[in-house]
Ligand binder design. Structure first.
Ligand code: MEZ
Length: 536
């Protein structure tokens, strides 16, 4: 018999196998709204009061955020100690894009196409971003049985009716064109023989509108965007982080102070419009969670914007993807795409019970996994962590032999590396820190209200998804809001007259921190995770 797990885990696998036939004939029921609310309140990490602290200064003063983020918000700029001569300008452009992921790249492409002189600055390499890590797909209502209105209802409801309506409207209305744009740029979407796109469900979708490139959709999209940026000759300054926004004497965004991550040298970029596209925060490991995020996901854009005076929205709302790998430990926290459930796998506890519908929204399913584990129906792995099963052999039974290798080949390879054949045995999962629902507050046109000529795009924005995001709406938002930011920043740059540059907000912020008695004595943005090796 095939036994890739220790014997005590195999005992639970046998229970999963014993219930499989029955489970396949009766789909788990959907929870009522009240049941979902109760589950979230009791088990979702966003409701663990002890994990949060109050923000003591700035536009969101008095509101809460995860402790780790508050710590960075209560830290000072590097420029308090390291003085940089702003009269010596190293880069002078129309549009400065901070971040080289999907949002930053889409933005730069459109700004370039609109005739602007645009530059990307990124602390790692172009494409080292959460876009690359997204697997299951991108949503767009572009089939006969669907409509942007239907997409709106799903996204708005899934986000607990908290999203900013003008942002959701833009997201769904411009989705079909985003897919067309990507397809024409060369993204290899999965297609039927007649050329129609293959689409599937995600959690909380009422129609099959997930377009995918197998289970490496984000990597395929990023590959295409990166090629386009390079083909267009857009300058990309790599291994260089923005550590502070620069303003002019009118208070307009006017560029950024940059730090060379290899040499430690500072430089100055002056720009008529600035776009923050710095991505997420998984490497903050809020509440001790592992993460599916790339190495540089440290909430930098939120700190840059906030210190300069831009408010945050829903900074206390985080997405824990229900299915992160929990065994083997080498891949702890790695994303097990939601597509595994879209193509048929159920969530099953240690007793072999399908305790919840597999395509409830992410916050609900994450809470369900946590409940099963806390209440003793999880499977313990060596090291003491717990998880529940994702019954992957169901995929082959439902879709036919070969479905796993065809539809989710990256998952198959990831597990086969450790001798686990997911066609034959279920895999063990637990929630992983996946997405920052909150971020900087923007208007429908991508501009912040507080700082003229400052735009934000991608995961650094708060309010597009409310307090929970549906699968596939992030790859979509980076394209829709990235492209819009690029067009808007290029157009705006035409009438901007810049005055002399300053970083006066740095001193002002330091004084407020001191007055509130909360200065941490450390510097932010973090730039690299706490456990990064610094060898200079
Ligand atoms: O939108 C996402 O976060 C996504 C596509 C993730 C996944 O499960 O594959």
């Amino acid at each position: 018999m095939y036994t890739p797990y220790p014997e005590y885990m195999m005992e639970s696998v046998r229970k999963v196998e014993a219930t499989r036939e029955k489970r396949m004939s009766e789909e788990p029921r959907r929870l009522t709204a009240d049941e979902k609310d109760a589950l979230l309140k009791e088990f979702h990490p966003d409701y663990r009061e002890e994990a949060f602290e109050e923000i003591k200064i700035g536009p969101n003063k008095g509101q809460k955020a995860n402790r780790e983020l508050v710590h960075l918000l209560h830290s000072n700029s590097r420029l308090l100690q390291d003085k940089v001569d702003l009269s010596k300008v190293d880069y002078d452009v129309d549009v400065l894009v901070i971040g080289g992921g999907g949002a930053g790249s889409s933005c730069a492409i459109e700004a370039h196409n609109a005739g602007a002189d645009v530059m990307i600055v990124t602390k790692l390499r172009i494409g080292d971003a959460n876009t690359m890590m997204a697997e299951g797909g991108i949503q767009a209502a572009d089939k006969e049985n669907d409509s942007p209105v239907q997409h709106y209802l799903d996204a708005f409801g899934g986000g607990h009716f908290a999203a900013k309506p003008e942002l959701v409207k833009r997201l769904v209305m411009e989705a079909p064109d985003a897919i067309k744009w990507l397809n024409e740029l060369g993204v290899e979407f999965d297609k039927e023989e007649d050329g129609r796109m293959i689409t599937t469900h995600g959690g909380g979708t009422s129609r099959k509108r997930m377009h995918a490139a197998k289970d490496y959709s984000g990597a395929e999209i990023m590959r295409t965007l990166r090629d386009e940026v390079l083909n267009l000759g857009i300058p990309v300054v790599e291994f260089t982080a923005a550590v502070e926004l620069i303003k002019d004497e009118k208070g307009q965004a006017a560029g950024a102070v940059l730090l060379n991550m290899e040499t430690g040298d500072y430089s100055v970029a002056r720009a008529k419009t600035v776009v923050i596209a710095t991505g997420g925060a998984g490497r903050m490991h809020y509440q001790g969670f592992p993460t599916s995020n790339h190495y540089g996901a440290t909430a930098d854009g939120l700190i840059l914007g906030y210190r300069a005076g831009a408010p945050l929205l829903y900074q206390d709302s985080i997405q824990y993807h229900p299915t992160g790998a929990v065994y083997p430990s080498q891949i702890l926290g790695a994303l097990v795409t939601e597509k595994v459930r879209s193509v048929g796998a159920q969530l099953v506890n240690a007793e072999g019970e399908a305790y919840i519908h597999p395509l409830e929204t992410r916050d609900v399913n994450a809470s369900g996994v946590i409940r099963e584990c806390q209440e003793g129906r999880g499977v313990e792995v060596p090291g003491g962590q717990k998880g529940v099963w994702l019954d992957t052999p169901m995929i082959e039974i439902l879709g036919g032999e070969g479905t796993i290798e065809k539809r989710i080949p990256a998952m198959f390879r990831m597990y086969m590396k450790y001798g686990i054949d997911m066609r034959k045995v279920p895999i063990l999962i637990y929630p992983t820190l996946h997405y920052q629902n909150g971020g900087l507050d923007i208007e429908g046109n991508g501009f912040t209200k507080a700082i003229p000529n400052l735009l934000v795009a991608g995961e650094a924005v708060g309010g597009i998804h409310g307090r929970n995001r549906l699968m596939g709406n992030s790859l979509l938002d980076i394209i829709v809001f990235g492209r819009n930011a690029g067009k808007a920043a290029a157009a705006k740059a035409k009438d901007v007259e810049l005055g002399s540059l300053n970083v006066d907000h740095v001193e002002k912020y330091a004084k407020e921190l001191e007055a509130a008695g909360v200065a941490t004595g450390e510097v932010s943005p973090l730039l690299l995770p706490k456990y990064a090796r610094h060898e200079r």
